[in-house]
Design a protein around this ligand. Sequence first.
Ligand SMILES: Nc1ncnc2c1ncn2[C@@H]1O[C@H](COP(=O)(O)OP(=O)(O)OP(=O)(O)O)[C@@H](O)[C@H]1O
Length: 594
Amino acid sequence: MRDTWRAFVTTISFGFRAARWYAVFQIATEIALALTGPLIAYGAGVLVDAAGAGDLRTALTAGLGIAAATGLLIVALYYNAHCVFAVLERTQALSDRTLMKLLGGIDSLAPHENPEYLDQIQLLREERESLAEMTNATAGLVSALVGFGTTAVLLAGVHPALISLALLAFVSLWITSRANDLAVDAQEDTGETERLRRHLFDIGTTAGAGKELRVFGLTRELVRRHHKVSDEVLDTRNRAAWRGAGLKGIDGAINAAGFFGAIALVVWLAVQGRATPGDVVMVVGLTIEMAAVVATSVGYSGDFLWCLKQARRFVWLERFAASAGKRPDEPATPPASLSRGIDLVDVTYRYPGSERTVLDGVSMHLPAGSVVALVGENGAGKSTLVKLLCDFYEPDGGEILVDGVDLRRIPTRDWRTRLTGAFQDFVELQLAAREAVGVADTTKIDDDAALHGALERAGATTVVTGLPRGLDTGLGRAWDGGVELSGGQWQKLALARGLLRTDPLLAVFDEPTAALDPQTEHALFERFANAAKAGRSRGTVTLLVSHRFSTVRMADLIVVLDGGRIREMGSHEHLMAHPDLYAELYELQSSSYR
Ligand SMILES: Nc1ncnc2c1ncn2[C@@H]1O[C@H](COP(=O)(O)OP(=O)(O)OP(=O)(O)O)[C@@H](O)[C@H]1O
C-alpha cells in the first residue's frame, strides 16, 4: 500500500512540478464540468414543477440557471482541453528527463544482463506516456466523483431506493479493474517477445544494417520473423482484450437494467402521487447523467489504475537505481597520481545469468606510467577485462588494486572522473563537432585550444578542418546543413574525446581504431605511447587492446589472454625470445603483410 501511495505521489507530482497552474485549472474545470450535468437536470425538474404551478418567476430563474450552466459547460470544455494538452506535454518532457537521469545514473552495466530489468525498462519505455497521464486520470477521477456524489444526493432526495443506482457504479469499477488486470498481464507476458519484435524492426529499418541486409537478402526473412512474433504479441494482447470486452458487456447489461429500474420507480411514485412531474424529469435527466458519470469514472479509474501500474514500475526503477552500484563501507578516493600502478589479483568473472567463466584467475601488475597491450583471439576476454577496470562490472572473485586500494572501495563516479578511453562500440554523437569532442570534459567545450589539442593527439585535425564551419559544424545528416562523416572519421572523433582528459589514472583504448587503416593506427598508437611516456610523472596506465601486432609491439608490456586466462606476458622482445601464441600470431600477421 505504501508503495502504491508513493507511486501515486511521485507521478502526480510530475504534473504539478511541470505545469502547476495548468494542473490546478485542469482540475477546477473538470469539477465545473462534473457539476453542470446534475445541476441542469435539477434545474429542469424545478422548471417543470414551477411551470405546472404557474410560478413564472421560479420557472424563469431555473431556465436562467440552466442557460448559465450550459454556458459554463462550453467555456469549461474549451479551456479544459487546453489545460489537458499543456499539462500532458510539459509533464511528458519532465518524466522523460527523469527517466533519462534515472537510467543513465545507474553506474553498472550489470543490470543490462538482467532480463527482469530489461523487461521493466522496455514496458516503461513503451508506456511512459502513462507517467504523464496521471494528472489527467486523477483530475478525471476527481470530477467523476464530484459528479457521482452530486447525482447520488439529488437522486436520494427523490427516493432513497434510487441510491442503489449509484451502487452499480462500484460493480462497474470492480469489473473494469479486472479487465485492466487482464491487459496488464498480457502486456507483461509479451514483454520479451515485444523486445524481439522491436529489434527485428530496428535492424530492418536502420541505415547501419542496410548493407548486410541487402547483400545477404535478409529482408524477407526479417519480415517473416517480424510477422511471426507480431502475431504472438498481438494474439496474446488481443485475447486479453476480448476477455476484457466480455466482462464489459456484462457490466453494460447490469447498468442498463439498473437505469430502467430507476425510471420505472419514479414513474410509479408519480402515478401514486408521491413524486412530482418535475421529479420524473429530473430523475430521467439524472439517470442519463449517472450513465455518463459511470462511463467516465469507469474510463478514468481504468486509466488511473493503468497509470498507477506504470507509476509502480517507475518507483521500482527508482529503488533499483538507488540500490544498484556499490556502497563501500570504507570509501577511498582515487589517488592524485599512481606510484605503484594497478594490480589484478586472481580476478574471476562470469556474466550475470551465464554459466561460463569468462575471466579465470587473472593476475597481473600494470606498472604506473606504462603502456600495456592486451592481445588474444576473439572471445579471449579482453573487453571484459577492460570493463572490469572501468568498473562497469565487479569481479566475482579476486580484486583489482589501484595503488594498493581495492577498486571496490573507490566510488564508481570518482573512479570514472580519473578514467578516459575509447571503445570499439563508440557513439556517433550527432552534435556540433565541438560538442561531440567536448562532452568528455564539458568545462572544455568552448576551449578551442584544448579541443584542437585533443584532435591533434587523435590524428583528427583534418576531420574538423575539412568541415565548413570547423568546430561549430553540425555532424550527421539528420540535421539541416549537418555533415555526415565516414566511419573512420567518426572513430577519430571518439578517440579525440578519449584524449581530451589530460589527467587520467587509467586510459583504455579497446580497439578504438578498428575503422582506421593499419598505418594510421600505427602512427596513432605511437603518438599514444609517446604521450603516455611523457605523462609518466602522473603514473597513468595506458591500456591498448588491438589485433594488430605491428602496433602492439611498441607497448612496454604485452599481455596475451587465451580463454579467459593469461597465457603469457612480457615485452615484445621477451615474448619473441620465448615463442608461444604471441610469437606465432605475430609471425603469421607479419608474413601476410610482406
Ligand atoms: N554481455 C555478455 N553476456 C554474456 N557473455 C558475454 C557478454 N559479453 C561477452 N560475453 C562473453 O565473454 C567472452 C569474452 O568476451 P570479450 O568481449 O571479453 O572478448 P574479447 O577478447 O574482447 O573479444 P573480441 O576480440 O572479439 O572483442 C565471450 O565468450 C563472450 O561470448
